[in-house]
Design a protein around this ligand. Structure first.
Ligand code: HEC
Length: 351
């Protein structure tokens, strides 16, 4: 008797715990709907919305199954039975006894599982490719621990655009993303726009993204890739077509040189100490292993999402890269006050 009460109590508590956990999950997700990587309650493009709905359906199904099992379990425990007789024992093993509940249960579970499988396959198919041919292809290469972004030439006279950690796309248009890795395996993930895809050395993977609304969508490497994996973020900026075209035209322009003395001193310093790794198109700096700095100041963030892009943060980063992002593949570079001022003046010209 006591054991039965304990079992009922335990079953009740488990049911309550399952419901409380689900409510907490939904409330938590809701409270963080504005969090940039939240994808449970908000998706902003046709490559992400179907999978969000699938997530909801699977979560609901799981809760319903847990509730049904809990209720049946409690019912089985509570139900009084007369002590078994020899007739009952043979009855259970026979066709007409409790065995048909096993068939019913198996039938319902199989139907639910097949329906879920069908829904998963339909969803995967619907996000596999865009409804129309992408107008734009972007090549993204993952490096330890930043992202290089190359836009294929829009036309013959155009030299293409290279930037870092910030992808611009036109709103409402599918964009094809070719994914490569320069070193280890990373994964490209913009939770509100699409699922994640790995970047694997020697392989070109593809995915597509599309944004329904203008806005800034945070992306993040989602495959552990070393010490600064967590600091390997990027942003996708979706904007109306005209604004995107203007951005593209500005990015395609090479650096315009500035002849003032301080800037020239800064440029010389840059060519001596930075150009081995960084490129500034239109100058002699053509290093390939670090972010292209031609239009550095057009970006919102630096160091793959770690710092807002201000003049002070740029200098802080240059002098303390190893403190800000330990093991990053840029050394901390010691600068005298005069050198810092000249370098900063030069960097300001990288609009
Ligand atoms: C040994 C190669 C190397 C040298 C030399 C180097 N950098 Fe870097 N730099 C990098 C790498 C790699 C990154 C990306 C680091 C990351 O985000 O993990 C970077 C990032 C940056 C960024 C942030 C760019 C962005 O958009 O995120 C700035 C600004 C920068 N470097 C300026 C400089 C300047 C100025 C110098 C010279 C005084 C310099 N770097 C020298 C490799 C180098």
């Amino acid at each position: 008797m006591l054991a039965t009460h304990r079992a009922i109590d335990c079953a009740r508590r488990s049911t309550r715990a399952v419901i409380a956990a689900f409510v907490a999950l939904v409330l938590h997700a809701n409270a963080h709907a504005d969090a940039p990587l939240n994808y449970f309650l908000q998706a902003d493009g046709p490559a992400a919305t179907p999978t969000m709905h699938l997530g909801w359906a699977l979560a609901a199904l799981t809760v319903v199954v847990a509730l049904i099992v809990s209720v049946l379990l409690v019912g089985a425990i509570v139900r009084r039975r007369p002590p078994p007789t020899a007739r009952d024992a043979s009855h259970v093993q026979g066709e007409g006894g409790g065995l048909h509940w096993v068939w019913i249960g198996t039938g319902i579970s199989s139907a639910a599982l097949f329906a879920t499988l069908a829904y998963v396959l339909v969803t995967l198919e619907s996000v596999a490719s865009p409804r129309r041919e992408p107008a734009l292809t972007i090549a993204v290469t993952a490096y330890d621990w930043w992202w290089k972004i190359d836009y294929a030439r829009a036309n013959d006279g155009d030299a293409g655009v290279t930037t870092a950690n910030e992808i611009h796309i036109p709103v409402g248009e599918p964009v094809k993303v070719e994914l490569r890795s320069a070193d280890v395996i990373h994964a490209f993930w913009v939770p509100r726009l699409a699922g994640k895809t790995q970047t694997i050395p020697g392989v070109v993977n593809e995915q597509w993204i599309e944004a329904d609304r203008a806005g800034v969508y945070r992306g993040q490497c989602s495959q552990f890739c070393g010490a600064q994996h967590a600091h390997m973020a990027f942003e996708v900026i979706a904007e109306p077509r005209a604004q995107f075209d203007a951005w593209y035209a500005a990015q395609a322009r090479p650096h315009a040189s500035d002849t003032s003395a301080n800037v020239r001193t800064g440029e010389k310093l840059f060519l001596d100490r930075c150009a081995g790794c960084h490129t500034v198109r239109g100058s002699d700096a053509n290093g390939a292993q670090a972010p292209d700095l031609t239009h550095l100041n057009s970006r919102r963030l630096i160091a793959a999402g770690v710092l807002p892009n201000t003049a002070a943060n740029q200098l802080d980063w240059i002098q303390h890269a190893q403190r800000i992002k330990p093991d990053a593949l840029m050394p901390s570079i010691a600068l005298s006050t005069a050198e810092a001022a000249a370098l900063s003046a030069y960097l300001r010209t990288l609009q």
